[in-house]
Design a protein around this ligand. Structure first.
Ligand code: ADP
Ligand code: 5GP
Length: 190
């Protein structure tokens, strides 16, 4: 079967991983698309669970082989990409695909899958609040946080390109809103 696709994008620190974790706990046949990346594992991340962690050489070889449906150098020397094989893997289980990708990747995937996909942008209340969340998360050094905040300002300008924008101020409300959008989309005939 060919399932549907849910694309979630947000500036780093907006709460995307937290919200996605919650969505995956609901039983609506949704499976996470595990991206490939060249960045190092963070915290308790495990290869093949949050990401496929690759060397830059390996990542570039896969670009050449045409293995990615989309990829981006999200930060300098940090590549991220969606493997075509992930989508086939998830559909072969009879599930719908959930993507956690950067803003450009989200726009690209929506252009590829069109009405088969819903794209959702998670908006933080402000850049100040983003900074606070990244500091509290405690997984990135100050240089990395600066890099992520600079990118966030650019990404927020592209929010209008998404089907829906959800403000993540109150976490539970944001989770509820995204769940409703997503489950409504999945139930609907395309
Ligand atoms: P992302 O995946 O978008 O980079 P995370 O899900 O890791 O972001 O969230 C960044 C930090 O902000 C985490 O420590 C998370 O617990 C916290 N957080 C998420 N949503 C909220 C919210 N609505 N209010 C306050 N803190 C939040
Ligand atoms: P992080 O390092 O915080 O896990 O992710 C950094 C950024 O890369 C996030 O915006 C995340 O959504 C994005 N990202 C993760 N996987 C992919 C992917 O496969 N493609 C693209 N374009 N971006 C990705």
């Amino acid at each position: 079967m060919r399932g549907k696709l849910v694309i979630i994008s947000a500036p780093s620190g907006a709460g995307k991983s937290t919200i996605i974790r919650h969505l995956l706990e609901n039983d609506i046949n949704l499976e996470f698309s595990i991206s490939a990346t060249t960045r190092a594992p963070r915290g308790r991340e495990k290869n093949g669970r949050e990401y496929y962690f690759l060397t830059i050489e390996d990542f570039k070889r896969r670009i050449k082989d045409g293995a990615f449906i989309e990829w981006e150098e999200v930060y300098k020397d940090q590549f991220y990409g969606t493997l075509k094989s992930e989508i086939d893997r998830i559909w072969s289980h009879g599930n719908h695909v959930l993507f956690d990708v950067d803003v450009k990747g989200g726009i690209n995937l929506k252009n590829i899958f069109k009405h088969e996909a819903i794209s959702i942008f998670i908006m933080p209340p402000s850049v100040r609040e983003l900074e606070k969340r990244l500091l509290l998360r405690g997984t990135d050094d100050p240089g990395k946080i600066r890099m992520r905040l600079a990118k966030a300002e650019e990404e927020m300008k592209l929010a209008d390109e998404f089907d829906n924008i959800v403000l993540n101020d109150n976490l539970e409300e944001a989770e509820e809103e995204i769940y409703e959008l997503m489950s409504g989309f999945i139930r609907r005939e395309t």
